[in-house]
Ligand binder design. Structure first.
Ligand code: NDP
Ligand code: GDR
Length: 379
């Protein structure tokens, strides 16, 4: 019998990769999507199946984590063997602007699903995965961070996720639910949301190389993150729900990199060397070398990139009221118990993202050549 999974946040980065992964494993996949005034299913359109097909494996349902009755109905209708709660207002900086909504969706949202499982009497059948986060560690207490490192959340997002983390554990202990927290460190991909820093960088680097944009504005260049590839991380989510007992796991690469170095690596991928100078708000990144052979390999006309050109500047508007300076994860438990290993190195991740964004931005190149306006992505 094929298993049935319900994924909240299926239209997001992880939801899309997880849906693809589970469909390949033969699951019937149900996903929760929000009503939007524009289509919001770009990332999963390739998985779409006509609702008139008799033997569908992929079905979307309108819903929202802030609407308990709707969640109960969907869980009842779909009778899932596994629920992956990936939906969230997931942007840390935005959570300072929308703290109450973030608490509602990211904190209480998890409770609403756990309650649905309990009220519908699905506790013995349905396993639950909660998308916990390395943001819980916040202000550095210890490095590398592991399952027993104390938490010190530093944003409304992280505080909301802390509630979700503990309510997942509480329902596991109180009602014997199979409920796990995956404490995932940052993971990125070509379909990462455009306002997260890695994707903001790879899009801008591609646009600068194609002459569509002249510089990129960023916030804290010294923040350090443990960046992995989302494709590797969705496998870990699934593995957690296949174990004999429900436990919480850190998922990370164990390597940390500054935002500044991620910028350098992204430009270097195309053969452009960038050096940073100056301090604080005055720091900037300037092109100090261009490898024309490398540019040619990517079919890029070298005229758009010039020695001495300032391509990165700091805009304090992107600073956060409280920052998380350093994340580096110790995934020993996931390696030993789940047999999980990341397949992508950071270099391979950068290459994947740059390649994809370059291809995407070529569309804008054609539009510009045709006299059409293109959007400027400074967000
Ligand atoms: P995304 O921002 O790409 O996706 C979030 C998803 O949640 C989208 O499908 C979004 O819908 C949906 N969503 C947002 N609010 C609601 C709501 N109120 N009701 C229903 N759906 C909602 O996030 P990621 O895929 O990157 O992350 C997945 C999860 O993992 C999130 O919970 C995130 O906090 C967590 N996480 C992510 C990490 C990462 O590095 N990516 C690391 C650790 C944890 P729509 O498309 O309509 O906006
Ligand atoms: P993060 O990811 O906050 O770690 O949360 P993000 O990519 O937004 O920021 C990473 C670091 O880069 C610094 N930064 C900038 N960030 C953004 N977005 N834009 C900028 O211009 C910029 N300049 C510097 C930030 O200050 C920060 O230090 C992500 C999300 O996916 C969460 O949902 C998830 O829980 C955590 O990762 C783990």
């Amino acid at each position: 019998m094929a298993k049935t999974a319900l994924i909240t946040g299926i239209t997001g980065q992880d939801g899309a990769y997880l849906a693809e992964f589970l469909l390949k494993k033969g699951y019937r996949v149900h996903g929760l999507k929000r009503r939007s005034s524009l289509f919001n299913t770009d990332r999963i359109d390739h998985l779409y199946q006509d609702p008139h097909e008799p033997n569908r494996h992929f079905t979307l349902h309108y819903g929202d984590l802030t609407d308990a009755t709707n969640l109960i109905r969907i869980v009842q209708e779909t009778q899932p063997d596994e629920i992956y709660n990936l939906a969230a207002q997931s942007h840390v900086k935005v959570s300072f602007d929308t703290p109450e909504y973030t608490a509602n969706a990211d904190g209480l949202g998890a409770l609403r699903i756990l309650e649905a499982i309990r009220l519908l009497g699905l506790g013995q059948k349905c396993r639950f995965y909660q998308a916990a986060t390395s943001e819980l560690y916040g202000l550095v207490q210890e490095v590398p961070q592991h399952e027993k490192t104390p938490f010190y959340p530093r944003s409304p997002y992280a505080v909301a996720k802390l509630y979700a983390y503990w309510i997942t554990i509480n329902y596991r202990e109180a009602y014997n639910l199979f409920a796990c927290n995956g404490i995932l460190f940052n993971h990125e991909s070509p379909i990462r949301g455009e306002t997260f820093v890695t994707r903001k960088i790879t899009r801008a680097v591609a646009r600068i190389a194609l002459g569509l944009q002249d510089k990129l504005f960023l916030g804290n260049l010294s923040a350090q993150r443990d960046w992995g590839h989302a494709k590797d991380y969705v496998e870990a989510m699934w593995l957690m729900l296949q174990q004999e007992t429900a436990e919480d796991y850190v998922v990370a690469t164990g390597i940390t990199t500054t935002v500044r170095d991620f910028v350098k690596m992204s430009f270097a991928e195309l053969g452009i060397e960038v050096e940073f100078s100056g301090k604080g708000d005055r720091e900037k990144g300037v092109i100090i070398d261009v490898d024309e052979n490398r540019l040619a390999e990517w079919s890029i006309n070298p005229s758009a990139v010039k020695f001495g050109q300032t391509v990165v500047k700091v805009d304090p508007a992107y600073y956060r009221p409280t920052e998380v300076d350093l994340l580096i994860g110790d995934a020993t438990k996931a390696r030993q118990r789940l047999g999980w290993q990341p397949k992508y190195t950071l270099n391979a991740l950068v290459q994947d993202m740059i390649q994809s964004d370059l291809q995407l931005m070529r569309k804008d190149e054609y539009l510009k050549a045709g006299g059409f306006k293109t959007l400027n992505y400074f967000e």
